[in-house]
Design a binder for this molecule. Structure first.
Ligand code: 5RP
Length: 254
């Protein structure tokens, strides 16, 4: 179903010009409509998820939501939620989560995702694989025909110890797909300081020239490499994807 972003009564005379951030916010606000009082919530990371956290805090302030417990997926989201007064906990105390809301870097037609270009993939996956409902919020630029199709990074979190060795092994795994493995750096340029995750690990970004084939097989091959902590393919995890774009809002359910 496609929902226009503005109700007909508020259509201005000239067509509205929406920014990408407006679409992210629209998707985030829609997702927060699924939040109810008393829920344990997975709080995502990134510029889209940030809008959802803002909105949850606003509804708490207004008294429209009560007794929410948030489980943040990064230090950045933790700090945002604390600054907004959202009560927080962790997976040790709340091993089951009612609903998680998070952005994504790629969404394929089967609702498989690439996440982690913001660097938080490990905590995101730990939280989002134990939630009863996982709503992904994206603007339409994130939609791809198949994972890896964008030519952009597929992140893999690795331990710092001999990361070059791990990067070469990752690249060799996907030689037939023309894979290039690159260490993520703070400024994005080769030779700079490595980017360090919230878990004190590094990220090796994989770039593919061709389709990587069966995603489940690719996932298993990556996870079998010693030195790999987690990868950014979130397969069969999203229960709902909310997409906002020029044509309105679309909600896809698994
Ligand atoms: C962070 C993520 C983000 O959800 C993803 O990068 C999307 O970010 P944004 O909403 O800023 O486009 O996976 O690790």
């Amino acid at each position: 179903s496609s929902i226009p972003l503005l109700p007909p009564s508020s259509l201005p005379l000239s067509p509205p010009i929406f920014t990408q951030d407006d679409f992210k916010k629209a998707a985030a606000y829609k997702a927060v409509e699924f939040v109810h009082s008393g829920m344990v919530l997975g709080l995502g990371t990134g510029s889209t998820a940030k809008h959802a956290v803002d909105r949850i805090a606003e509804l708490l302030r207004l008294g429209k939501l009560k007794d929410i417990v948030g489980i943040p997926t990064s230090k950045k989201t933790h700090d945002q939620a604390v600054s907004l007064g959202i009560p927080l906990s962790d997976l040790d105390s709340h091993p089951v989560i009612d609903l998680a809301i998070d952005g994504a870097d790629e969404v394929d037609p089967h609702l498989n995702l690439v996440k982690g270009r913001g660097g938080s993939l490990l905590r995101e996956k730990m939280v989002e694989c134990v939630c009863k409902k996982f709503i992904v919020i994206v603007d339409e630029s994130k939609l791809v025909e198949f994972i890896g199709a964008s030519g952009l990074a597929m992140p893999v979190e690795v331990v710092p110890y001999c990361w070059k060795f791990t990067a070469v092994r990752l690249q060799n795994l996907f030689e037939e797909s023309g894979c290039i493995a690159k260490l993520r750096t703070v400024g994005g340029k080769d030779g700079e300081e490595p980017y360090v995750t919230d878990n004190e690990n590094y990220i090796v970004d994989l770039y593919f020239k061709k389709d990587i084939g069966d995603l489940k097989i690719a996932s298993d091959r990556i996870l079998r490499l010693a030195g790999v902590v987690e990868h950014g393919m979130f397969l069969d995890m999203a229960t709902t994807v909310i997409i906002a774009g020029e044509s309105g809002m679309t909600i896809k359910n698994k």
